[in-house]
Design a binder for this molecule. Structure first.
Ligand SMILES: NC(=O)c1ccc[n+]([C@@H]2O[C@H](COP(=O)([O-])OP(=O)(O)OC[C@H]3O[C@@H](n4cnc5c(N)ncnc54)[C@H](OP(=O)(O)O)[C@@H]3O)[C@@H](O)[C@H]2O)c1
Length: 306
């Protein structure tokens, strides 16, 4: 048997429980991984609350989690390039990584590089590939000024750094508690809230060329008011505004591959990309972990450690 997160109905964090379930077995082309760290994401909270029922319904009892890093503990038929004992990071689309053991497609894992902590490795997939896709979608490059909303969140903290690595000047919208961190990264922090449009204009007298929105609630309109071309605005959350104004919505699915995860992990290993880890919770404290996430002021990632 092995421990895994389960919930039996839609609801608040109280529906989450740690269950003893049979240890999963890898099928052909799959690997069994003993999970060392698994990131949590707002989308999981939305699914668990039933907000995405039309698009991504849950079936009960439901597991949870896409991100993970851990040690290979078993191989399915036909897996040759991975060995038991390998340290890997990866993802599943089966809502099952918040557990002691997860079964993943062998093609969806990649080695954990030197210099990448278990926490960073286990938290990188959803946020990292989403940030990668969003920054690519707005074509951030040298000479550009790019604004990122939710700049210190799971996706935003990585989008800021990827846009900086692309050579852009980056303005990060964040609460005051995150301004020093954004400065340290090389970005210009700007407070959100009333007057944000003027503050951005002041910070970017040269004009703003691109916008990555990771928060929603009017940032697409703000970007348009800044005079940015819709083709250089990407929102990962405000799909209504995206449809209305014809802006981009590239996110996780546009870059969800072991190849992109590998590329990002190598940047982390070289010290060029930081995955800020806000807090690590044991599996037993999964409810508290989501309570913290759902307050929506996390810097970087919250991680479960089975
Ligand atoms: N489409 C996709 O593929 C995709 C993939 C991943 C995530 N998402 C979605 O993208 C969103 C962000 O995900 P995440 O993991 O980055 O979330 P997160 O880590 O919870 O991000 C929270 C961030 O929101 C910021 N924030 C709070 N109030 C704000 C406001 N009024 N204006 C601007 N920023 C504010 C916080 O900043 P301060 O702490 O500085 O206040 C914090 O840094 C979620 O809604 C998630 O569901 C979509």
């Amino acid at each position: 048997m092995a421990r895994a997160i389960r919930f039996d109905e839609y609801g608040g964090v109280d529906v989450l429980r740690v269950a003893d379930v049979p240890r999963p077995a890898p099928g052909p082309g799959q690997v069994l991984v003993e999970v060392r760290a698994a990131g949590i994401n707002p989308g999981e909270a939305s699914i668990r609350q039933g907000f995405l029922h039309e698009r991504w319904p849950a079936t009960f009892p439901s597991g949870q989690g896409s991100d993970f890093a851990g040690v290979v503990a078993g191989l399915g038929d036909g897996v040759e390039e991975i060995a038991v004992g390998d340290e890997v990071m990866g993802f599943v689309h089966t809502r099952s990584s918040h557990a002691e053991y997860v079964v993943a497609e062998a093609s969806d894992v990649t080695p954990r590089p030197d210099g990448v902590s278990w926490e960073a490795a286990g938290a990188l997939f959803v946020a990292g590939t989403t940030a990668y896709a969003a920054v690519a979608a707005v074509c951030a490059r040298e000479g550009d000024t790019v604004v990122v909303s939710g700049a210190a969140g799971g996706v935003g903290s990585l989008a800021v750094q990827l846009a900086l690595l692309a050579g852009a000047k980056v303005i990060g919208l964040a609460g005051p508690a995150n301004h020093a961190w954004l400065h340290e990264m090389g970005a210009l922090p700007v407070a959100y809230g009333e007057g944000v449009l003027e503050r951005i204009k002041e910070a970017a007298p040269e004009g703003v060329h691109a916008f990555v929105d990771t928060f929603g609630s009017g940032y697409v309109e703000l970007a348009l008011h800044l005079g940015i071309h819709p083709g250089r605005i990407d929102t990962i959350i405000d799909f209504e505004a995206a449809a209305k104004y014809n802006v981009k919505t590239e996110g996780n699915t546009a870059a969800a591959s072991a190849g992109v995860l590998r590329e990002l992990s190598l940047l982390v290993g070289k010290g060029l990309l930081e995955v800020p880890i806000a807090r690590v919770y044991p599996l037993d404290e999964v409810r508290e972990a989501y309570r913290e996430l759902e307050r929506r002021h996390t810097r970087g990632k919250i991680v479960l450690r089975p």
